[in-house]
Design a protein around this ligand. Structure first.
Ligand code: C5P
Length: 403
């Protein structure tokens, strides 16, 4: 969902070690270059046994380096110069052997020396057979790297090149690109807990029929991902959607408004920020039928009861988290949104026109807070969510300091 085009341009160094997943890095370099990033590729000797340097040279448009010894370019100082003034050094795929070398600070080729002499963050995407990954030696090494401040990306589970199935696959190129972009985002919500609702709710009429709202969940999921990228610990209470759970976000699946409210109530204590993005059905059927209602020619009526307002009840708690609401309106957008903000006593309301937002991947949102109205440009939901999270962070911290 996150589009790389939404990231600022970066200077990255990609270290490729010996593993069959090395071929996937051609796609990774292409994604980064397409997003406007500058990529220097460094390959180990083992990596060159799997893929040729020419591929990476062509894709990155820059020389590929592999040796400590034949570089005249920077007075033979590639192992130092290559990590200076870059945003991150990413090793993908990182073999078990290379992870071992990193752990012990060995430096016997260009890439390992570069990692040891680096002056930038190091992110490592392991790729190996499942037994090699599970081996206590590898697990010890990875734990040590984490303790040393190295970020481990993945690995994934699934079918492996050796024919076995299990944990140890390298993340797909787009996932590595997404996680590197996320890593490099500023972290204004570090140490904070964010609880969100997203998607529609589904109120049963009988076992096969339901009342629901039109909501794909895209905006809520984008806000969850943006809050995670901003450093928050995120829990997402989601109504039924077709979306995958964002990585590193705890997702709790619910169907009805009552279930959504119960899930929120059990998790809201101790959360710092609550964001209600869900399109909660306003009504539920008072007595849903336990069996399928038979079709007949006669008209029928359903008795409906109002659902609880989850957001308003969170905002009315004695010591509420910082509460944010969403108002999707079809007309008089700002008036209705501001009225809702006041009625629900929220410091921040996000307004958008329902017809311009539902089911689309872009949105034009307007933020309403105690300082006034802040319209934002039309953008992808990923970008809108990032702007929203930045705004939430600045209001949250300003509130903290004025207390
Ligand atoms: O439905 P309404 O326009 O009032 O929704 C505004 C905000 O209130 C949204 O953030 C929505 O998630 C939240 N809401 C809620 N529980 C409801 C209705 C709305 O949390 N029953």
């Amino acid at each position: 969902m996150q589009t790389l085009a939404d990231s600022p341009t970066r200077h990255l160094v990609l270290g490729i070690t010996g593993g069959i997943a090395a071929y996937k890095c051609a796609e990774l370099v292409r994604l980064w270059v397409r997003a406007g990033h500058t990529v220097d590729v460094v390959m180990t000797e083992a990596a060159l046994a799997f893929v040729g340097a020419a591929t990476f040279q062509a894709l990155s448009g820059r020389p590929v380096r592999s040796s400590l010894w034949n570089s005249a370019e920077r007075n033979g100082m590639d192992h130092i110069a290559l990590s200076r003034n870059v945003d991150a050094l990413i090793v993908a795929p990182a073999s078990a052997d290379f992870i071992g070398k990193l752990t012990y600070g060995l430096a016997d080729d260009l890439l390992s020396t570069l990692c040891l002499a680096r002056d930038c963050p190091l992110l490592v995407a392991p790729a190996m057979n499942r037994q090699m990954w599970q081996n206590p030696a590898t697990q010890r090494n990875v734990a040590q790297l984490r303790a040393d401040g190295v970020t481990i990306l993945g690995p994934d589970s699934g079918e492996q090149a050796c024919g076995e199935t299990g944990e140890g696959r390298m993340l797909e190129p787009h996932e590595i690109a997404e996680r590197v972009a996320a890593y490099l985002q500023p972290k204004p919500l570090a140490g904070l807990r964010v609880l969100l609702t997203a998607g529609p709710t589904l109120e049963p009429i009988d076992p096969v029929r339901a009342i629901t709202n039109r909501s794909s969940g895209q905006m809520g999921y984008a806000v969850a991902a943006a809050a995670r990228d901003a450093g928050a610990e995120v829990t997402l209470i989601s109504g039924p959607t077709a979306l995958d759970a964002p990585w590193d976000v705890e997702r709790v699946n619910v169907e009805t408004a009552a279930q959504m409210q119960a899930a929120v109530e059990t998790r809201v204590t101790g959360c710092d920020i609550f964001i209600g993005v869900a399109a909660v059905a306003d009504y539920r059927v008072v007595a849903p039928s336990g069996s399928k209602i038979k079709k007949s020619e006669a008209s029928m009526s359903l008795e409906l009861a109002a659902n609880p307002d989850i957001l308003a009840s969170v905002a009315a708690r004695p010591n509420p988290p910082f509460c944010v609401g969403f108002a999707a309106e079809s007309e008089h957008l700002l008036e209705h949104a501001e009225l809702k903000r006041r009625r629900k006593t929220l410091p921040l309301m996000v307004a958008n026109l329902a017809q311009d937002s539902i089911g689309r991947s872009d949105s034009q949102i307007t933020l309403l807070d105690d300082h006034g109205v802040h319209p934002l440009p039309l953008a992808s939901k990923t970008q809108s969510a990032r702007w929203l999270v930045d705004h939430i962070a600045s209001l949250y911290h300003a509130r903290g300091s004025s207390r």
